[in-house]
Ligand binder design. Structure first.
Ligand code: PMP
Length: 387
C-alpha cells in the first residue's frame, strides 16, 4: 500500500499549529484556582494588552470569533446609539444580522466584493449620518481584503472623536498591524487564526473609553458575555465568573510567546511578504487574487480560477485535497469562481512550498495546461532570497 499523503490545513483558520503549542495543550489539566495557572493567565492578559497597546482590559473567553462579535455589540452599543456598519463581504454581513437581531438603529455601507470601504467614504457617511458607533472588519475573510485601519482610526479621532470604533480583527490579529492607540475602542479576534493557536477562544480588547461606555449603558440582559462579569476576573484572575479554558489558555500563552519572540511588527511584515510571494507563484499558473492590490490582506487569499479552466470548482478543490491540501470554497459573489487559501500564523519555508505544490499538482491532476514547477519556481526563488 502507498503511504498516505499528510493532509495540510490550508483554510483561513484553523491553521497549522506549532508543536510547542500542541504539546502545551496536552499538559495535565490544572485547577483554574491553582496559583500557577492564575499567574500564567494574568501575565498572558498583560502581554495581550501590551501587544495592542490597550489602556483598558484584555479578555480571553471560551467561545469563537462570533462570540467576540456579539460581546462587543452587547457591551458598548445601546438602543440609543446610531450605528454605521461597513461591510466588505460575508463576515461584515454576519455582523449586520447580529445588530439587526439586537434591534439597533443601523445604517449599512457595502463595498463591492474585492474592495474595501476607505477612510474618506467612512468619514463622509459619518458626517452625513451623525452616528455614535462605527463597526468595521479589519480583514474580510470572504474576499481577502483589508481595510486601511490606521488611516480610518486616525480620521475618526480627528473628525469624529465621539464615535466608538469597534473592529472585527478575527482574520487579522497576529498577521496585520493594529494599535489601539490609533483610535480603536474595541478590537476582537480568536485563537485559531493568525495568532497560531487551536480553536476555542475569543480574545477581546476594550479601551477605557469603551469601558466607560459600558458603565454608562447600565445593566444588559446578557450574562456570559457581560463585561461587568468578566472585568473583575481579567483584572484579577484569582476571581471567578465562568471556568476558564485552562489548557487552551496555557496553549495560547505559548502561542503568544512565539508571537513575542518573532516581534509583532516583524511577524506582520513576514505575513505581507508571504502573501506577495504566494500571489506571484499562483499568478505563474494562471490564478488571480480577487481583491484589488491596495486592499490585499496579508493573512489569506481568494484565488480566482483561470479563464480557460476546464474543471469545476468542487472537482478542483477535491483534487487539491487528494494532493494533501484542504482549501476553502468561496462565498457570496465569488462562490464557485475560485478558492480561499489561508496563509497565516507560523508557516515556514517548507509549508509555503507545500501549499503552492499541492495546488500545482492539482492543476496537473486535472489535466490543465500548467507547466510543472512554474509556481514552485517563483516560490523557490523568493524563499531562497530570504534569510
Ligand atoms: N469575523 C471574521 C472576519 C471571520 O473570518 C470569522 C471566521 N472566519 C468570524 C468573524 C467568525 O469567527 P468564528 O468562526 O471563530 O466564530
Amino acid at each position: 500500500m502507498m503511504i498516505s499523503t499528510k493532509k495540510i490545513v490550508m483554510v483561513p483558520g484553523p491553521v497549522p499549529v506549532s508543536s510547542s503549542v500542541l504539546r502545551t495543550l496536552a499538559d495535565e489539566t490544572q485547577s483554574h484556582t491553582d496559583p500557577n495557572f492564575t499567574e500564567a493567565f494574568q501575565s498572558l492578559l498583560a502581554e495581550l494588552r501590551a501587544m495592542l497597546h490597550c489602556d483598558g482590559v484584555a479578555f480571553v473567553i471560551a467561545g469563537s470569533g462570533t462570540m467576540g462579535m456579539e460581546m462587543a455589540a452587547a457591551n458598548v452599543i445601546s438602543k440609543e446609539d446610531k450605528v454605521l456598519l461597513c461591510t466588505n463581504g460575508f463576515f461584515g454581513d454576519r455582523y449586520i444580522s447580529i445588530c439587526e437581531k439586537r434591534g439597533y438603529n443601523l445604517d449599512v455601507m457595502r463595498a463591492q466584493w474585492g474592495r474595501s470601504i476607505t477612510a474618506d467614504e467612512v468619514g463622509k457617511a459619518l458626517t452625513e449620518g451623525g452616528h455614535s458607533v462605527l463597526i468595521m472588519t479589519h480583514v474580510e475573510t470572504s474576499t481577502g481584503t483589508m481595510i486601511q485601519l490606521e488611516e480610518i482610526a486616525k480620521m475618526l479621532r480627528e473628525k469624529h472623536p465621539e464615535v466608538i470604533f469597534i473592529v472585527d480583527g478575527v482574520a487579522a490579529c497576529g498577521g496585520a498591524m493594529v494599535d489601539m492607540t490609533w483610535g480603536i475602542d474595541v478590537y476582537f479576534s480568536c485563537s485559531q487564526k493568525a495568532l497560531g493557536c487551536v480553536p476555542g477562544m475569543a480574545l477581546l480588547w476594550a479601551n477605557n473609553r469603551a469601558l466607560a461606555k459600558r458603565e454608562a449603558i447600565g445593566a444588559i440582559p446578557e450574562s456570559y458575555v457581560d463585561f461587568d462579569r468578566w472585568v473583575p476576573v481579567m483584572r484579577d484572575t484569582k476571581k471567578y465568573w465562568g471556568t476558564p479554558a485552562v489548557n487552551s489558555i496555557q496553549a495560547l500563552k505559548e502561542a503568544i510567546r512565539l508571537v513575542k519572540e518573532e516581534g509583532y511588527e516583524t511577524r506582520c511584515k513576514r505575513h505581507a511578504d508571504d502573501a506577495a510571494l504566494i500571489t506571484a507563484s499562483m499568478e505563474a499558473i494562471g490564478f488571480k487574487t480577487a481583491c484589488e492590490g491596495e486592499f490585499r490582506a496579508p493573512t489569506l487569499s481568494v484565488f480566482l480560477y483561470p479563464e480557460d479552466m476546464t474543471v469545476g470548482d468542487a472537482e478542483f478543490r477535491d483534487a487539491i485535497l487528494k494532493e494533501g491540501g484542504l482549501v476553502a470554497g468561496c462565498l457570496g459573489d465569488f462562490a464557485g469562481k475560485g478558492f480561499r487559501m489561508g496563509h497565516m500564523a507560523n508557516l515556514d519555508k517548507h509549508m509555503l512550498l507545500c501549499y503552492v505544490g499541492a495546488v500545482e499538482r492539482a492543476c496537473l491532476r486535472c489535466g490543465m495546461k500548467t507547466e510543472p514547477g512554474a509556481a514552485l519556481a517563483v516560490m523557490q526563488k523568493g524563499l531562497a532570497a530570504r534569510d
